[in-house]
Design a protein around this ligand. Structure first.
Ligand code: GAF
Length: 382
């Protein structure tokens, strides 16, 4: 999928040249899951897979959206008809970004947009955030809005919250918009401070294996919203603005004061924030192997407390650990998607083979290996 390829595809669809091509990556979250809507810490990195958009402005208030991944004619919408929940499927993401910019007072109009992406869909690797961020950057550049990467990411999150209707946190959009090549991005979702942490696994003889377990995940089905609501209820019962404000030393009495069904959620969020802090320290010192047990502890917490793991993820984690991985965990929102495995580079093929063999024995579709080196965030390609 070259820049030239998407330009040609745009021309074939719309009979004109695009004004430019923009790209934004998928992400994998190293650690810090379900903390971003609790004011907490996350530590994602951008993947080399990217979503590209070729765009040309229109002056007639019409929005035409097409995708190389979706057969059929472009989706055609009128700007004055854009309403939350009115656009279904993939087109809701770019339409939602346009609407979020307009709602924020930015003078953006209609456009023709063609998408092409190699970010795996439904794999928990933020294909939707990649599409949102590529669109947001395109509109920012074409209309000279002058917004920074963080502002664009927050507008993309707003599109997903308000237009698509998924109450996600800001991690995925911030990762797709702000990550830098060779780095993981430590995000404090409370004050939006970002710290680029060098991540040279190859230099340390290590490898991050990302395995798409081919179990589709969907954040829009209500389970994610219910978890977020549970966390917010717990914080309110504790008299805190957010669960980020619960210090680990105060965890035990806080749990005792909460209804039983909220306790595991709170325990996960508080311990996960602490794991992100520890992971960031390990990255600062290049102590990569020591990350392994933290990742595995994070998985246990997501499986046993937050209950968002799924059978293929649990099997992949246990098979990878048995085959000698330093650590492994599910990544992303859960209920399907991908697993990451930290492994010595030389052992990566054997670990991947061991996971595949375990899947075959269990009768699961074989996992797909996704390339995972820390890559660049959203950018203009030309
Ligand atoms: C999904 C959401 F979109 C993120 O905001 C985050 O909550 C994540 O699940 C869980 O950490 O990717």
């Amino acid at each position: 999928m070259t820049g030239d390829g998407i330009r040609l595809a745009f021309g074939a669809r719309y009979g004109a040249r695009p004004e430019g091509v923009w790209a934004a990556p998928g992400r994998v979250n190293l650690i810090g899951e379900h903390t971003d809507y609790n004011g907490g810490l996350v530590l994602p990195l951008a993947l080399p897979c990217r979503t590209r958009v070729a765009v040309r402005r229109r002056t007639d208030g019409v929005l035409r959206l097409s995708s190389a991944q979706v057969a059929g004619p472009p989706v055609e919408l009128r700007l004055d008809e854009l309403r939350p929940g009115a656009v279904h499927g993939w087109a809701g993401y770019p339409a939602g970004v346009l609407q979020a910019l307009r709602a924020a007072g930015h003078p953006v109009g209609g456009l023709d947009l063609h998408v092409d992406s190699d970010v795996p869909l439904g794999a928990g690797l933020s294909s939707s955030a990649a599409l949102e961020c590529a669109t947001a950057l395109a509109l920012n550049d074409l209309h000279g809005l002058g917004l920074g990467a963080t502002e664009l990411a927050l507008l993309a999150q707003r599109a997903e919250n308000e237009f698509v209707g998924v109450p996600c946190g800001a991690m995925d959009q911030l990762a797709s918009a702000c990550c830098q090549e060779g780095h993981a991005l430590l995000i404090d979702t409370r004050d939006l401070t970002l710290r680029q942490l060098p991540l040279d696994l190859a230099g340390a003889g290590m490898h991050l294996l990302v395995l798409d377990t081919r179990t589709k995940h969907d954040l829009g089905d209500g389970a994610y919203a219910a978890l977020r609501a549970g966390c917010e209820r717990a914080a309110a019962l504790l008299g805190l603005p957010a669960l980020r404000d619960l210090h680990p030393d105060a965890l035990a009495p806080a749990l005792a004061a909460l209804p039983g069904e909220l306790r595991p959620l709170v325990r996960h969020v508080v311990t996960e924030n602490a794991r992100v802090e520890q992971a960031a320290t390990l990255l600062d010192t290049g102590s990569y192997a020591a990350l392994g047990p933290l990742l595995t502890a994070g998985h246990a917490s997501l499986r046993d407390d937050y209950r968002v793991s799924w059978p293929q993820a649990d099997l992949a984690v246990s098979a990878a650990l048995s085959a000698g991985a330093h650590g492994a965990r599910m990544t992303g929102g859960g209920f399907g998607g991908s697993v990451l495995v930290l492994v010595d580079a030389g052992a990566a093929p054997a670990v991947a083979t061991a996971v595949g063999a375990a899947f075959r024995r269990a009768g699961y579709e074989l996992p797909r290996v996704v390339a995972a080196r820390p890559s660049t965030g959203a950018c203009r390609l030309g």
